[in-house]
Design a protein around this ligand. Structure first.
Ligand SMILES: [Zn+2]
Length: 341
């Protein structure tokens, strides 16, 4: 493990977080508090019993717990509290800008909540975080690819009157068997809204899904994308065109997408000129927030210079305004000077 001084430096290094599911920041303690507050019965009533559920074999076994705990979120204040809990931790991890996924299909179509209430709670939390911590950012509405497509269309109908309050569209959840080609119409509609487009591809799914996300969905960033390592031509295209990948090392390890951190392709991707960024995905479930993901790469021998270049990528790959990017780059430059880089 990296020593305390390196860990502390990584916690203060200014960075953006571009691949973060707000529902994946629901810590077991908060889930139990919300269950109690809202009268939701969970199969686990104590923290140890719940924590014992966090050993996942694959994406599917994780998603089962993830969706069970999402049922504890009921009110606008729950969503505001969830957002503020994340931003408090993000602030302690040096995150200065965050583009945050949310899954309204689950909250609205499965759990029966009101779309505007969910959105209002999350936006209120973001606004408080902006004032309290100077963390900028926005929300990315993510399509849950293994739910029926009608529910995605209904959510886009609900989002249409509030399109200017949302940054973009994403595509998440169980990947294999749900190729990007099934979501062409929804992404076209999102582009008509003026939204940015990103998509999870090439986490458990094949490299072909990454190519389709670029060609068919016009994805501006690929979430995960580590299976470009299986397709030389695609890897060269991603590097040449500067398509950012939002990589999540601890998530990949926990879900056994890689079996040993030393096998993670990020160092090779950087060497090949791929624009990688480092993110925490679902940090309450995968063992760490942003700085812990950078520390995992320090553990396998990546230098502070390389880690700082990943933070620089996270600023460049964000959808922040040019003015905000200039501010963030200045903060990173100050940090570099303080740390002799
Ligand atoms: Zn994800």
């Amino acid at each position: 493990m990296v020593d305390g001084k390196i860990r502390q430096a990584l916690e203060t290094m200014p960075k953006s977080e571009l691949h973060l599911h707000i529902e994946g920041t629901l810590e077991p303690e908060l889930a139990l508090t919300l269950a109690d507050r809202n009268g939701v019965t969970l199969p686990w009533t104590d923290i140890d019993g719940l924590r014992a559920q966090y050993e996942f074999e694959n994406l599917q076994s994780f998603l089962e717990l993830y969706y069970a705990l999402m049922k504890t979120l009921k009110t606008k204040d729950d969503f505001k509290d969830l957002m503020l809990a994340y931003l408090t931790r993000a602030n302690a991890n040096g995150v200065r800008h965050a583009e945050i996924f949310f899954d309204p299909q689950v909250h609205v179509c499965t759990n029966g909540l009101d779309f505007d209430m969910v959105l209002d709670g999350l936006l209120e939390g973001l606004e408080i975080g902006r004032e309290r911590f100077d963390i900028s950012g926005g929300l990315i509405l993510s399509i849950v690819r293994d739910m029926d497509i009608d529910s995605a269309n209904r959510i886009l109908d609900m989002a249409a009157p509030r399109k200017t309050e949302i940054l973009g569209i994403g595509l998440d959840s169980a990947e294999v068997g749900y190729p990007p080609a099934e979501f062409i119409d929804q992404f076209a509609r999102a582009r008509d809204f003026g939204w940015h487009c990103v998509a999870h591809a090439g986490e458990e799914g094949p490299a072909a899904y990454i190519r389709d996300a670029l060609n068919l969905l016009h994805a501006e960033r690929i979430d995960h994308g580590i299976h470009i390592q299986d397709d030389r031509e695609l890897l060269e295209r991603v590097a040449r065109d500067g398509v950012p990948l939002t990589c999540c090392p601890l998530s990949n390890l926990r879900l056994q997408v890689v079996h040993d951190m030393r096998e993670h392709p990020i160092p090779r991707f950087l060497h090949e000129g791929v624009v990688c960024t480092i993110n925490s995905d679902d940090p309450a479930y995968f063992g760490g927030y942003a700085a812990a993901n950078y520390a995992a790469l320090a553990d396998i021998g990546m230098s502070m210079e390389e880690l700082a270049s990943l933070a620089k990528n996270s600023i460049d790959a964000s959808f922040a305004s040019d003015d905000r990017k200039t501010q963030l780059h200045a903060q990173l430059a100050t940090w570099r000077t303080q740390h002799g880089l």
